[in-house]
Design a protein around this ligand. Structure first.
Ligand SMILES: NC(=O)c1ccc[n+]([C@@H]2O[C@H](COP(=O)([O-])OP(=O)(O)OC[C@H]3O[C@@H](n4cnc5c(N)ncnc54)[C@H](O)[C@@H]3O)[C@@H](O)[C@H]2O)c1
Length: 273
């Protein structure tokens, strides 16, 4: 039997947990911008018995994402694609957030939408931050959802100067991820594949720790305390949701966003604190 390929883009906290969860029995293609992280993670997974191929990628580069998709297809049928690569507001200025968190997923949806195998499925990791972004007027939302990736950052609503700070750009990008996954659901469906997004709450990864240590940390801790779970999420919480959405139990689920936040958005929305 041909071994299927599971692509994990972004080898940080969530990417590693997801690779471990969906990797057994697959050929895992793991990718990241940081060669140091990539080498360490690929080496560790190989030591643990996973079949791993590693490839560097900058998700904001069409060429690099296309090369990654081509590599994936060369390894076998691409049944799982999970996009976790991202930058948080404390890590980068507005233009980098837009390039990595907005353009990056758009490129991945387009390029992997060309190689995903029938019966395959994909996940884009968005964020609960996107749930706090106000809905855009219908015409703008449509533009954001469907403008080809190469022209996306040229839209007036994506102009870096329009964002007050990195946090505003991040929330916008993550809101856009959900819209683009909705739009990609139909194109992926034409290949017999599904695509969904997951919006995590605060998750204990290097990125989550950096956010908690920032000036926004106190507000985030209050939100966690007021939530149903009263704890940060673990990368394993996100890996479990990913496995579900990629698997046969989710065969009727496509183009949607699953909020995995321990009830934090519910607490904020209902003003529980
Ligand atoms: N951790 C949280 O609290 C949290 C909450 C909500 C959403 N998210 C989202 O979850 C996803 C995964 O985050 P994480 O917590 O695993 O973070 P992480 O920092 O542990 O991992 C992110 C990885 O993305 C890689 N990366 C950054 N820029 C890249 C680029 N241009 N090309 C390729 N790789 C690149 C980094 O090198 C890193 O390994 C991100 O999209 C993030 O925005 C995280």
């Amino acid at each position: 039997m041909t071994q299927h390929v599971a692509v994990v883009i972004g080898a940080g906290g969530m990417g590693q947990a997801i690779a471990r969860r969906i990797g057994p029995a697959a050929h895992v293609l793991v990718a990241d911008h940081s060669q140091e992280i990539l080498d360490a993670v690929a080496g560790q997974l190989a030591d643990e018995g996973y079949q791993v191929t590693a490839q560097g990628v900058d998700v904001s580069s069409r060429e690099a994402v296309a090369a990654l998709a081509e590599r994936a297809a060369s390894l076998g049928p691409v049944l799982s694609v999970v996009h976790t690569a991202g930058l948080s507001p404390v890590q980068a200025p507005v233009p980098a957030i837009l390039a990595v968190d907005l353009l990056g997923p758009a490129l991945v949806l387009e390029e992997f939408g060309e190689v995903v195998a029938p019966g395959g499925a994909g996940i884009v990791i968005a964020s609960m931050a996107g749930r706090f972004h106000p809905d855009l007027p219908r015409e703008q939302a449509q533009q954001l959802a469907t403008t080809p990736a190469d022209r996306l950052l040229a839209l007036p609503i994506c102009d870096a100067a329009a964002f007050a700070d990195s946090g505003a750009a991040y929330a916008f990008a993550k809101y856009a991820n959900q819209l683009r996954v909705q739009a990609a659901s139909t194109t992926w469906g034409a290949r017999g594949a599904r695509i969904n997004s997951i919006s995590p709450g605060v998750i204990a990864t290097p990125m989550g720790h950096a956010e908690l240590a920032s000036e926004h940390g106190a507000g985030m801790k209050m939100m966690i305390d007021a939530s149903n779970a009263k704890r940060s999420g673990t990368p394993a919480d996100i890996a479990a949701a990913t496995e579900f959405l990629l698997g046969p139990a989710a065969s009727f689920i496509s183009g949607t966003d699953l909020l995995v936040d321990g009830g934090a958005v519910a607490a904020v929305t209902t003003r529980a604190f």
